[in-house]
Write a protein that binds this ligand. Structure first.
Ligand SMILES: NC(=O)C1=CN([C@@H]2O[C@H](COP(=O)(O)OP(=O)(O)OC[C@H]3O[C@@H](n4cnc5c(N)ncnc54)[C@H](OP(=O)(O)O)[C@@H]3O)[C@@H](O)[C@H]2O)C=CC1
Ligand SMILES: CC(C)(CO)C(=O)C(=O)O
Length: 303
């Protein structure tokens, strides 16, 4: 396979990958790669109920295009990233930029330290799910922030943010992506493990017996993040984190969170990517994490 112009390549053709692929394909050629070749025609239902149909070149990891892509958007789940990146090292030129879209905050550090080219991290509140192998639903509009952990590659981040925005995914290039990844992680830690464990929609967390469980997670997370120097977007300390988490619960009340969807589908969950960095930071600062540990054990046992 050959490409003449630098083209974005998306690896990980799940909900987010297909959302990016169909959206970016409205602006120009875009490749989509996975473990298996997908149907080339992909349909996206927008939050407004419109239908976008795009014919995309789809491929597999072992048959990637021979020319350097403009950028690789890596949209697998967190636990697949290390293996995919290891295989990309043999298949792509060293300077190829990567954008990591995973929730959590583990692989981002690892890949940023070891990939020879620029690595940007993205955090997004866009929501999408796969309806079937030819159809992705963009369930709700959100915002995306993009930047590198060490503050480098700002021109690249601005250019890529511009392309995503033009494709209908509003994206800001930011100098503080580490802070934003931690904040998203805090929200995911307070919501995802509990809704996955009790198999409930996000909004049910507002009711008993779940509300005090969420507050117990927030209490632990707030102390850890304070020790890490990570502040909530508004307010301070526990009350700032509570305001953030309950705002997201309110705004996503009808959602089945991603971790619940994974449990229901019998897929591995991203509990390590979300709870792992908090537990590691707590150990580093000598802080106890009984609530997070119990949630971790519970999810680690789910097959
Ligand atoms: N969906 C959403 O709305 C949002 C998702 N995110 C984050 O984005 C990331 C992706 O989420 P989402 O799209 O929902 O996840 P999905 O499970 O829908 O998609 C993951 C995709 O990765 C593919 N994959 C797994 N292993 C490999 C591999 N070795 N090589 C190539 N492809 C592989 C899977 O392939 P296969 O189909 O073969 O299993 C699947 O298509 C997660 O970290 C999530 O937390 C963040 C915000 C919103
Ligand atoms: C914000 C939240 C919890 C929305 O459901 C999410 O990011 C997820 O489902 O993973």
């Amino acid at each position: 396979m050959t490409m003449t112009d630098p083209i974005p390549l998306i690896i990980g053709p799940g909900a987010l990958g297909r959302l990016l692929a169909v959206r970016l394909a409205t602006r120009g050629e875009t490749w989509l790669a996975g473990r298996r070749r997908l149907p080339a025609t992909q349909t996206l239902t927008t939050p407004e109920g419109q239908t976008l149909v795009r014919c995309l070149p789809t491929t597999t990891l072992d048959a990637l295009p021979t020319h350097t892509p403009l950028v690789v958007h890596l949209t697998t789940k967190a636990m697949a990233v290390e293996a995919v990146v290891a295989s990309l090292r043999q298949r792509l030129p060293a300077g190829t930029p990567l954008v990591l879209w995973q929730n959590g905050f583990g692989v981002q550090r690892l890949v940023s330290d070891h990939w020879p080219g620029p690595v940007l991290c993205a955090t997004t509140t866009e929501g999408a799910y796969v309806e079937d192998d030819r159809h992705v639903v963009h369930a709700g509009h959100g915002q995306t922030a993009l930047g590198s952990l060490d503050g480098r590659h700002q021109d690249l981040a601005r250019r890529l943010a511009g392309r995503l925005t033009a494709a209908g995914l509003p994206t800001e290039s930011v100098p503080d992506i580490r802070l934003r990844l931690w904040r998203k992680l805090a929200v995911n830690a307070a919501i995802n493990p509990l809704v996955a464990r009790f198999r409930i929609r996000n909004g049910q967390l507002r009711d008993r017996p779940f509300r005090p469980m969420v507050d117990a997670v927030i209490d632990e997370v707030a102390v850890i993040l304070d020790a890490e120097g990570v502040t909530p977007p508004e307010g301070v300390g526990v009350s700032g984190w509570q305001a953030l988490v309950w705002r997201v619960v309110e705004g996503t009340a009808g959602n089945r969170a991603s971790m619940l969807q994974d449990v229901l589908a019998g897929r591995p969950t991203e509990h390590e990517a979300i709870l792992g960095p908090l537990r590691a930071a707590a150990r580093h600062h000598g802080l106890p994490t009984p609530t997070l540990d119990a949630l971790y054990r519970e999810l680690d046992g789910v097959k």
